[in-house]
Design a protein around this ligand. Sequence first.
Ligand code: C5P
Length: 238
Amino acid sequence: MSASTAKTIDGLPAEVRAKTALALDVDDLVEALRLARQLSPWFGVAKVGLELYTAAGPDAVGALMDNGFDVFLDLKLHDIPTTVARAARVGGALGATYLTLHAHGGADMLRAGVDGLLEGASNADLPVPMAVAITVLTSDADAPAHIMPNRLRLAVEAGCGGIVCSGATLREARELSPRTVRVVPGIRHAGGEQHDQPHPITPAAAFEEGADLLVIGRAVTQADDPAAAAASLFAELV
Ligand code: C5P
């Protein structure tokens, strides 16, 4: 479907919209909120990464929650367990629904992050959030095949509810741990611009292969018309 035809589609059904995260990879909160509001019919989750968090900090989380989004705080925490626990506690208290931790940090660090996150949310009387472990960075092209399953196991044992994995390892992750939430970046239109993403996959294919939450950035945020790009990206799902 062309972008101009797709403009007539109003948005995703609520149950699908809860499974799409908009990657707000910008360094300005005003710009992030403009994009988030414009694309809210398509995205129920807003991802705040290092760039936006470094620029705007906790205000970014609060503003996106005020606009009705669940917040995916993608800080990829990786430090000594005590520090990770304390940072994760802040993330939990801010109201993040998801917080990422680096599985490379090991079992003790992951456990500390999970405990901190849950404690922060509980102290603030907020719903139970989910710690999401990064298995392998897509930039790490030389990572051997056993790394993802090893880190998945580590993450599950440490109490993480989810992992980030590529479209290429979705099936394997689902087989190894069916109940672990699988978060998948690299979502693109079929045949669309790949950018630096080595494992592009369409939304429909990702869900088919077992994705639970799609992370989507440049395919919509860098389009001339982001709303039309979102409509055409999701056309198969509405
Ligand atoms: O590529 P796109 O803009 O859709 O990226 C969305 C998110 O996917 C980024 O915020 C980043 O967390 C992740 N990403 C990745 N590997 C890449 C590029 C982006 O995991 N090569």
